[in-house]
Ligand binder design. Structure first.
Ligand SMILES: C[S@@+](CC[C@H](N)C(=O)[O-])C[C@H]1O[C@@H](n2cnc3c(N)ncnc32)[C@H](O)[C@@H]1O
Length: 309
């Protein structure tokens, strides 16, 4: 297997907006659960051993790029092949490689602290030595796991959490973060007073990164690898659930989410586009989950549902 941690590979996919949903669904069905969208130019890897640069230029460069990063070149090569045959002239693909240490430096220069009403999300090198204001700091080490706070879908989940508290929610039970990535949302829940914070991710790397981020932030996370179907038998019902994953997974998970939510509890979902949130809202009606609110940022939406029965 051609997988070492020394090199990081980037598969950059550029496409016109009309095939975006199909490309994202394809990625999801092919075990790609996290990617970076849009403004990634400064992160682009060394194009000297590129594959596909010619077609990429033909398509007019960055139409709507997204990038998948992996240590595993053969996995990305296989994706490259399948995407090229399926989408032929509709997309352009470039596979590049960079030493992981250089790639991490690239990330660093792109990492700007994010501030919300109650949090400041920072990488370790921006950590404050003393309390500056009343914002609670979340320190996230950018690793290979999704969840640096830079993505709109993560920010929407945090905004929704803040809105629930602003609207009068008080802590009465545990939190659960499905698709925890870096652990950022579970940590945010811990910092806002949830005492027991559970999380899971299908990626083992994410579980490890989340565990470490939890320790760095003084929030103990109880984590497992896998999805809700692999949950421990003694997992208590949650008062608050986050699920920032893509639409197909959310649709599949929603019945189980309804089962593990406490009455009066909320689920905050994101990773979806505004129009997709209506589809989930419809499905929720059959499961005893009622609409609480929806928020959006750029194309992304969050949908918050309350368990009413
Ligand atoms: C968009 S990231 C969200 C990360 C983080 N929670 C955040 O909000 O920034 C989605 C995460 O969900 C994980 N994932 C995808 N499908 C999943 C599933 N069915 N069950 C659990 N985790 C899943 C991926 O591995 C990825 O880490």
């Amino acid at each position: 297997m051609n997988k070492s941690l020394e090199n990081t590979y980037q598969l950059k996919i550029s496409f016109n907006e009309d095939v975006k949903d199909s490309v994202i669904n394809f990625l999801f069905e092919n075990e790609v659960h996290s990617f970076v969208e849009g403004e990634i130019d400064q992160l682009d890897l060394d194009p000297s051993h590129d594959k596909g640069l010619e077609e990429y230029n033909l398509l007019g460069g960055d139409k709507s790029p997204l990038s998948i990063y992996s240590f595993d070149e053969s996995f990305l090569l296989a994706l490259f092949g399948r995407l090229s045959s399926l989408f032929a002239k509709q997309i352009a693909l470039v596979l590049t490689c960079q030493e992981t240490s250089t790639w991490q430096e690239g990330w660093k220069s792109n990492f700007k602290p994010i501030e919300t009403a109650s949090f400041r999300i920072v990488p370790p090198w921006e950590k404050s030595s003393q309390q500056k204001d009343n914002l609670s700091e979340i320190v996230i080490e950018p690793g290979m796991a999704f969840g640096t706070g830079q993505h709109e879908s993560t920010q929407l989940c945090i905004l929704a959490l803040e809105k629930l508290f602003a609207d009068g929610m008080t802590v009465k039970g545990p939190s659960l973060d499905i698709g925890t990535g870096s652990g950022i949302l579970a940590i945010a829940a811990g910092k806002r007073g949830f005492v027991h914070n559970y999380g899971c991710d299908i990626e083992i790397d994410a579980v490890q990164v989340a565990k470490l981020n939890g320790l760095t932030n003084g929030v103990e996370l109880t984590l497992w690898q896998g999805s809700l179907d692999k949950r421990p038998n003694d997992l208590p019902k949650a008062q608050l659930i986050f699920a920032n994953i893509l639409l197909p997974a959310l649709k599949e998970l929603l019945p189980e989410i309804a089962q593990v939510l406490l009455p009066g509890g909320f689920v905050i979902m994101s990773g979806i586009l505004v129009e997709q949130s209506f589809e989930l809202e419809e499905q929720a009606k059959t499961l005893g989950l009622s609409f609480a609110f929806r928020q959006s940022r750029a194309d992304w939406a969050s949908l918050v549902l309350e368990k009413t029965t």
